[in-house]
Write a protein that binds this ligand. Structure first.
Ligand SMILES: [Zn+2]
Length: 144
């Protein structure tokens, strides 16, 4: 028997549980029927950010950004591309201007900052607008 994998729905925030083998079948939310794995980054607020970090059985990568930050806007398409290529990594975007409490809770001192969480714990973080290849390499290093 394999252990259940948990995924937080990015539409309705329901915590779904299923066997890891079903991850490849494009699992859907039991409540709202939306796909649980997203091909694009999900905008979160302080509350849903905590929920995603605590209850996702897949790695969670968070882009802490702000609309006034030029490098953040440059990095946005790189992050979107990464999310499309890595559906089994939950990619989230937290707007630190709209959600300043979340920014300070995670002690975000410069933006963009990327933080990677595994099983509810922060594994690593890096600041600056990474080019695509460097982003994939950095994530692979942390997960490998
Ligand atoms: Zn849902």
């Amino acid at each position: 028997m394999s252990e259940k994998l948990r995924l937080v729905c990015s539409q309705c925030q329901t915590i779904n549980q299923f066997t890891p083998e079903r991850l490849a079948d494009g699992p859907k939310c039991a409540k709202c029927k939306q796909a649980l794995l997203n091909a694009s980054p999900v905008e979160v607020n302080a509350h849903s950010l905590q929920r995603h970090i605590a209850h996702n059985g897949v790695p969670v990568l968070v882009d802490f950004w702000a609309p006034w930050c030029g490098p953040c806007r440059q990095f946005a398409p790189v992050f979107s591309q990464f999310a499309a290529a890595q559906p089994a990594i939950r990619c989230l975007k937290l707007n630190t201007e709209a959600e300043p409490a979340a920014g300070s809770a995670f002690q975000i001192r410069s933006i963009p900052t990327l933080a990677l969480f595994l099983q509810g714990r922060e594994r690593a973080r890096i600041s600056g607008a990474l080019p695509p290849q460097q982003l994939s390499q950095w994530v692979q290093q942390q997960l490998g």
